[in-house]
Design a protein. Sequence first.
Length: 247
Amino acid sequence: MGSRQLAKQQPKSFAFSASGEKQVKYWLKKYPKTKQRSAVIPMLWIAQKDNDGWLPEIAMRVIGDRLDMAYIRVLEVATFYTMFNLAPVGKHLIQVCGTTPCMLRGSGDLIKICQSRIGSAGTVSDDGLFSWAEVECLGACVNAPMVQISNAKGDHYYEDLDEISMNSLLDELASGKAVMPGPRIDRQASAPIGKSLTLIDKSLFDGSKAKKLKSIPNAPSKPKTSKPKVAKKKPAAKKTATKRGAK
């Protein structure tokens, strides 16, 4: 968990980027004008992304003015949620899950690697590339141990790590390589380790075995429509012509 106190050195100004401003307007439209303070959390998140991954005090003031919200209220939200970083972070912020399932599976080794390669939690590496923190459960217990890495490309999970794969992951990030998120072993997402043993016939998924349906099973039957009855016209009475002078 990062520090919940504001950084001592603060920038003097802040403004949303063009893309950030577009996102802000998107969120503000979700709420009535009298309820737009509800957008404070997404606006703080957008501001953090626009400021190299951390929230300066001036950004909170800008958001407070935008939402007609007391600065202290914005500060309360930012300091409460650990998703907001109140001090500068590295280009890649590594969040190591340190709860029970990950600890039992070796997250302690991942923490030691971060300490040896980056420094103590909360510090930024000399090259500015890395910082790290120990966090609470990230909800990927079946892939323990794992980390979440936040950078300009997003916030992604890297799972099923050990000392070797963790060091390799840091090396790849340091070299600027595109790193694929997900498990670092032979498994798909949270599926069992190893290759699939069931449902491996490709024809099950390419549509080749599909047959055209004459009707949809269990579909509700169409209501019978009866044709409206048309009233039959009575035949016109025949007129009998009379001869002139007939009696």
